[in-house]
Each structure stands twice: as structure tokens, then as C-alpha cells.
Ligand binder design. Structure first.
Ligand SMILES: *Cc1c(COP(=O)(O)O)cnc(C)c1O
Ligand SMILES: [Zn+2]
Length: 430
């Protein structure tokens, strides 16, 4: 009988120094990020298409390649969100094989952050933290608050003071302590690093960051499995700290190494808002460093001016033959509407970024129409309704009489009347 415990530990991305398993995010020698490294050989026999298919319909079907401490029994059905064929959006932007990975409906808090938080909190418990927290641009706050409540952990969450009202309420409702900081995300994050040292709290994206980040790999595993154990030609991914995009690639490489999919050089495309575009800027300039920016965009969930994984993300995008683009706030709102009108998916501002960037990548010929492309939609539009304020007229109320309705509908949209009459002439609705 093979042991069911996967071997993994933290190692420095630059100098390779090993750290075992500890709540630490950066190398003490060279300050580079630490990353979870697996002994893939120890997993080979246990991580197969069949064993995965026999697992639960959530991210825990991939637990052999997640850093889950011994004895942890995952029971929250996170992830395994729909991968939908996007024919209508494709028609509009000139793409024949377009898919949307829809994390707008991720469980439990409607963003892809549920994936990373569930992995981080499993480790927080194993390390003995009784209070957890995060620095957040919104979605992470929601997810930490919800999942900490369920695990019986106390939560203290720090956010920039200008966060959307819905994201604040969606944190407080779970009973978490929410602290608004008079500054942007980068100020909040720096403060959290100091608090984590001082208070012995488990910050999911600070001292637990290497474990947290691994949760993002599940987006990549799901895409491959939902495509019938095939890799797409391209992936378009929104970038904040630059972690998600890197981890999808790590997931694809692990699947190739273990023989679950055929080898393929998938191209990675990063999406940012022009008002906070340090990574796309670096990609366009060919830099291997990041010039920090002061964020000013409605895409607040992506508004990280000094992204921790920015340099690595920029380098990796170029290595794969991909590209990065950024779009204006006006284009972001159009992107939200375009995805809703074509595919019936209501995404938040970050998804507006991704949709608008995807359209541009096709129109600029960076992606050609026959290639298979997966667009990662990472958050839900109900959390950022402020972005659409004033976009739709509030119409006057109509009297509850057929004549009044008839008059009204002819006035506002005569085409609706025409369509109904054609059906009548053709013999009614079948
Ligand atoms: C956090 C977040 C991202 C980006 O994640 P990184 O791993 O920090 O690049 C993308 N979309 C949404 C909605 C997010 O909340
Ligand atoms: Zn190092």
C-alpha cells in the first residue's frame, strides 16, 4: 500500500535553499519568494486520470498535488467551476474556439480566491494559528472571512479604505474584524508583513503565501480535465500579484510531467487595467523587473502596484510566447457588458478587464481565430455593481393595463412588437 501523504516542502525560487514546512514566504538568504516543491515521483502512481475521476467534484480531487498537511480532512466543496464554450462572444470578437472558465460562481464566496484560501487555512490550522488574516483587494477578504468562520478561526482582515461597499459588507457579514487602512493595497500589504511577525497570526497571503498560491493550480487542473485531458493553445488570465497566471502554468507542467496530458507549449496572456499595469508594462518593454505604480482604476481587485510575483510572471509570459495587454476603465465596463450580453455571465471589473483584453488580443492578431483559448473569469459582478452605476436608465413605471403596456413598448422598443407579430402570422409559438 502506498502512503497517501504527498512529500512537499518550501524551497527558494532563486538559490534553491530548502526550508521544510514553515509559515514563511521569502528566503532569508536572498529574499526571493519561497515556493512549494513536490517530489513528483512519490505522486506518480496515485495522481492518474482514473483516481482523479473517482474523487469528489471539487478541488480536493487534486489533493495529491496540493500542500495539504497530514490529517487534514477537506470537506468544503470549493471549485470545479464550469468551463463553458463561448460561441457568442467568440463570434463577436472573431474567435472560433473560445472557452470561459467561470470562477464567478466559485463556492463559497464567488471568486477564484476560494481556492487559495482553502489551501492556506488548512495549513494555518496545522501550524497552530488561531487567528488568521489577509491584506486584500476585496475578494480575498470575503473568502478568508467565510472560510475562517466555518473552521472556527478568528479573522482580522485589512483592506484599503476605498474598497467597494459590497466587498466590505461581504466580509463583515461573516463576523470577521475588518480594518480599513488609509492607503492603497501596497501600504496595507507592507503593514500586514509587520503585523504577522509581531502578533503570530496566520496571514494567508503573507506568511502562508507559498501554500496559498498553490491553490491556484486547481484552475489549471480543471481546465485540462474539462477539455478532456487536453491543454488549450492559449490562456488569458487577469493579474494582480501575478500568482494565478504562474500557477496555472505550473499545473500544466505537472500534468505533462506525470503523463496526464500530451506535451504542449501553451501560451499565456496576462490582463491588467491600464490604471494599474506594472506587469503588462514590463512585458511590453521586455523588462525582467517591475516598476511599481500607484493604482488608479475601477478594477480594484487587480489594483496591486508592486506585485510580489510580477517579475516572475512577466518573464514567464514572454517565455511561453504570450503577451500582456491593459485596458481603460471605459473598456472594462464594456467588457463586463459584452460578456453578460453574449454569454449570460455577469463578472466583476476584473472579468471586464479579461474580456476586453481578450478581444484586443484577437483584433491585434496576437491570437488567431482557430486556436483554442480559455479566458479565466475570476470574480462575480454582483460585488462591483458600482462600476455600472448610471449605465442603465431607470424607466418610468407603467400602469397595469394592456393598453398602457402596448403604448409604452411601442414607444421604447418597437422591434419587440414586430417580432411578436411575425410569430402570430407564422402560426404562433411552437
Ligand atoms: C486576486 C484576483 C486576481 C489575481 O490574482 P493574482 O494571483 O494576485 O494575480 C484576479 N481576479 C480576481 C477577481 C481577483 O480577486
Ligand atoms: Zn534564496
Amino acid at each position: 500500500m502506498v502512503s497517501s501523504c504527498t512529500k512537499y516542502e518550501l524551497r527558494c525560487n532563486e538559490c534553491g535553499k530548502s526550508y521544510g514546512n514553515v509559515p514563511l514566504s521569502a528566503c532569508s538568504e536572498c529574499l526571493a519568494p519561497l515556493e512549494v516543491q513536490y517530489d513528483l515521483e512519490s505522486v506518480r502512481g496515485r495522481f492518474t486520470r482514473e483516481s482523479i475521476a473517482a474523487g469528489p467534484a471539487n478541488i480536493w480531487r487534486y489533493k495529491e498535488l496540493l500542500p495539504i498537511p497530514e490529517g487534514f480532512q477537506p470537506d468544503l466543496p470549493v471549485g470545479f467551476t464550469p468551463l463553458v464554450r463561448a460561441k457568442n462572444l467568440g463570434k463577436r470578437i472573431g474567435a472560433d474556439n473560445l472557452y470561459v472558465k467561470n470562477d464567478a460562481v466559485c463556492f463559497p464566496t464567488l471568486s477564484f480566491k476560494d481556492r487559495v484560501v482553502s489551501v492556506a487555512l488548512a495549513n494555518a490550522q496545522a501550524f497552530g494559528f488561531t487567528t488568521v488574516g489577509c491584506s486584500s483587494t476585496g475578494n480575498l477578504a470575503n473568502s478568508v472571512a467565510a472560510q475562517a468562520a466555518r473552521l472556527g478561526l478568528r479573522a482580522c482582515i485589512l483592506v484599503p479604505s476605498d474598497l467597494e461597499a459590497a466587498k466590505i459588507l461581504n466580509t463583515q457579514v461573516y463576523g470577521a474584524r475588518l480594518v480599513r487602512i488609509d492607503g492603497n493595497y501596497d501600504h496595507v500589504n507592507r503593514l500586514c508583513t509587520q503585523i504577522a511577525d509581531e502578533y503570530n497570526w496566520g496571514f494567508v497571503n503573507v506568511n502562508l503565501r507559498p501554500y496559498y498560491a498553490e491553490g491556484s493550480k486547481t484552475v489549471g487542473y480543471e481546465i485540462a480535465e474539462q477539455l478532456g485531458w487536453r491543454l488549450p493553445d492559449n490562456v488569458v488570465v487577469p493579474m494582480a500579484g501575478g500568482s494565478l497566471i504562474r500557477k496555472i502554468r505550473k499545473a500544466f507542467r505537472e500534468l505533462i510531467a506525470l503523463g496526464l496530458v500530451e506535451h504542449k507549449n501553451v501560451r499565456f496572456f496576462g490582463a491588467q487595467a491600464t490604471g494599474c499595469s506594472p506587469i503588462s508594462h514590463a512585458v511590453k518593454e521586455g523588462w525582467d523587473y517591475i516598476e511599481p505604480q500607484r493604482p488608479n482604476t475601477i478594477a480594484r481587485s487587480l489594483a496591486i502596484g508592486n506585485p510580489a510575483d510580477g517579475p516572475a510572471a512577466a518573464k514567464m509570459i514572454r517565455e511561453t510566447g504570450g503577451w500582456a495587454e491593459d485596458v481603460s476603465d471605459v473598456e472594462i465596463v464594456s467588457g463586463i457588458q459584452e460578456l453578460a450580453e453574449t454569454e449570460g455571465i455577469f463578472t466583476e471589473t476584473a472579468g471586464g478587464v479579461t474580456t476586453a483584453v481578450t478581444a484586443r488580443l484577437y483584433s491585434h492578431g496576437r491570437i488567431s481565430r482557430d486556436e483554442t483559448t480559455v479566458v479565466c473569469i475570476t470574480g462575480n459582478g454582483l460585488k462591483t455593481t458600482d462600476a455600472l452605476e448610471g449605465r442603465f436608465e431607470v424607466e418610468r413605471a407603467v400602469k397595469p393595463k394592456l393598453a398602457a403596456f402596448d403604448e409604452y413598448i411601442r414607444e421604447v422598443d418597437g422591434s419587440l412588437v414586430g417580432a411578436a407579430q411575425e410569430l402570430v402570422l407564422a402560426g404562433g409559438v411552437q
